[in-house]
Design a protein around this ligand. Structure first.
Ligand SMILES: *Cc1c(COP(=O)(O)O)cnc(C)c1O
Length: 383
C-alpha cells in the first residue's frame, strides 16, 4: 500500500524562490549568522502583515513554537490541555513534555476540525488550555471555541502549521488564540527547509516569549539597550531560527502570493473536476465553510472505507501518480494513549475518517499535465 512505484513523481516538491540563493550567500558574506538579522526582520514584517499577530518570533520549527507556547503557559504536572484527536503529534506532545495530561476532543466530519461542544465537554477544573488545528488550512469554527475558552478562563493555542493565509470571518488564522504556531517545513506552501514561527497575539506575552526563545536569558534586553549585561532569568531553550534559514524564508515569502494563486488554481481544478465522480461514489471532498478562506495546503478525498482508500492509492501508484495518507488520530496512537484520555463525547469521527483519507499531489512546481493525469487516474477508479 502507498508504495512509490518507479517513475512516479514525488508526492510533493519544495517550492523554489528566485532570490533564495542570493539571500543565503549575502548572509554568509556579510550577515549575522545566528539569527535576528535583516532577513529575520524582512520575514517577520511580511508575516505580521499576513497574520496580524502582534509579534512574531522565528523558530527552528513549528514543533518548537508549540513547545514555547507550552512553556509560556506555565503548565504544571497534572494540568490538562484539550487537544484535537485528529492532529499531528506536536500539537499534543508539546504540552505532554511539560507534564500536562492531554484530553482528546473529536472533530467535525465535514472539515476534520475540532468541535467546540466536544472541547467544552472535556473541560475539568484542571484544564489550562485548548489547542486547535486548522486542518488542511481550513480554519476551525473559532467563535464557539473562543467562547468556551472565555467561559472557563482558558488559553487557546492555534496550530496554524497549514494555515498561513487562511481567514475566518475576515481575520487571519493564527491570530485568534493567545499563541499561534506556523511551520516552514519543506513540505509546507512556503518553507525554509525546516523552520517555524511563534505568533504572539497578546503584547503582555512578548517579553517572556523572547526570553524563552533565547535560552531563558534576557539577552534581547541587552540588544535593546535596556540592560548592560544579560543573565539567566527563566526556563527556555535555543528556539531561534538561524539567519541562513531566515534568508531562505524571506526569499520564499516574496513569492507567497504567486505560490498561493497557483496552489488555489490546482485545488479548484481538483474540486471542480472530481465533484461528479465523488458524488456518484460516496467520496467526501474538502468542505470550506462559509465565512472562511483556506490556504490550499491539502486536497484530500475521504473514501467510503479504509479498503477503498488503500485500493485507490494502489490504483494511482500503478498509473505513476503518487498520492498518500495523512496522520492517524492521536487518541489511538501508542503515545496518545500513554499521555492522554478521550473526552466524554468520544472520538468516533477522528477514529474513522483519517483511515479513509487520501491526499492528492498539490505543490507549486506541479504541471497542469501532471494534474490532468492525476484527475484521470482518480476518475478511472471505482471504490
Ligand atoms: C507540519 C506540521 C507541524 C510540524 O511542523 P514542523 O515545522 O515540522 O515542526 C505541526 N503541526 C501540523 C498540523 C503540521 O502540519
Amino acid at each position: 500500500m502507498n508504495a512509490i512505484s518507479t517513475g512516479a513523481p514525488p508526492f510533493s516538491e519544495p517550492h523554489v524562490a528566485p532570490n533564495q540563493l542570493a539571500y543565503i550567500q549575502d548572509v554568509l558574506e556579510t550577515g549575522r549568522l545566528d539569527g535576528n538579522g535583516r532577513y529575520t526582520e524582512q520575514a517577520t514584517a511580511f508575516l505580521r502583515g499576513v497574520t496580524g499577530a502582534h509579534s512574531i518570533l522565528l523558530t527552528p520549527s513549528c514543533t518548537h513554537a508549540l513547545e514555547m507556547s507550552a512553556l509560556a503557559l506555565d503548565l504544571e504536572p497534572g494540568d490538562e490541555v484539550v487537544v484535537p484527536a485528529f492532529s499531528y503529534a506536536p500539537t499534543a506532545s508539546a504540552f505532554a513534555l511539560r507534564g500536562a495530561r492531554l484530553v482528546y476532543a473529536d472533530c467535525h466530519p465535514d472539515t476534520l476540525n475540532v468541535r467546540a461542544d466536544h472541547i467544552e465537554a472535556a473541560v475539568t477544573e484542571r484544564t489550562k488550555a485548548i489547542a486547535v488545528l486548522h486542518y488542511a488550512g481550513v480554519p476551525c469554527d473559532m467563535a464557539p471555541i473562543l467562547a468556551v475558552a472565555e467561559r472557563h478562563g482558558l488559553s487557546v493555542v492555534e496550530d496554524s502549521a497549514q494555515a498561513l493565509g487562511s481567514t475566518y470571518r475576515g481575520r487571519p488564522a493564527g491570530g485568534f488564540g493567545r499563541f499561534g504556531a506556523l511551520s516552514f517545513h519543506a513540505t509546507k506552501n512556503v518553507h525554509c527547509a525546516k523552520g517555524g514561527a511563534l505568533l504572539v497575539n497578546d503584547p503582555e506575552d512578548v517579553e517572556r516569549a523572547r526570553t524563552i526563545q533565547d535560552r531563558g536569558t534576557d539577552r534581547h534586553r541587552l540588544f535593546q539597550g535596556l540592560v548592560k549585561e544579560y543573565q539567566w532569568v527563566d526556563l527556555g531553550s535555543s528556539y531561534m531560527l538561524n539567519e541562513l534559514s531566515a534568508a531562505l524564508l524571506a526569499a520564499q515569502l516574496e513569492t507567497f502570493d504567486q505560490v498561493q494563486a497557483r496552489r488555489h488554481r490546482y485545488w479548484r481544478a481538483y474540486d471542480e473536476e472530481l465533484a461528479d465522480w465523488a458524488g456518484r461514489h460516496g467520496v467526501k471532498t474538502p468542505h470550506v465553510p462559509p465565512g472562511t478562506t483556506h490556504s490550499a495546503h491539502v486536497y484530500y478525498l475521504v473514501l467510503p472505507t479504509e479498503e477503498a482508500r488503500d485500493a485507490l492509492l494502489d490504483h494511482l501508484a500503478s498509473r505513476q501518480v503518487t498520492a498518500t495518507v495523512h496522520y492517524r488520530a492521536l487518541h489511538d496512537s501508542p503515545a496518545g494513549r500513554r499521555f492522554g484520555r478521550i473526552a466524554p463525547h468520544g472520538c468516533q469521527v477522528a477514529a474513522a475518517l483519517p483511515r479513509r483519507l487520501a491526499r492528492l499531489p498539490l505543490h507549486s512546481g506541479m504541471t497542469p499535465e501532471y494534474q490532468r493525469r492525476v484527475i484521470d487516474a482518480v476518475m478511472s477508479f471505482t471504490p
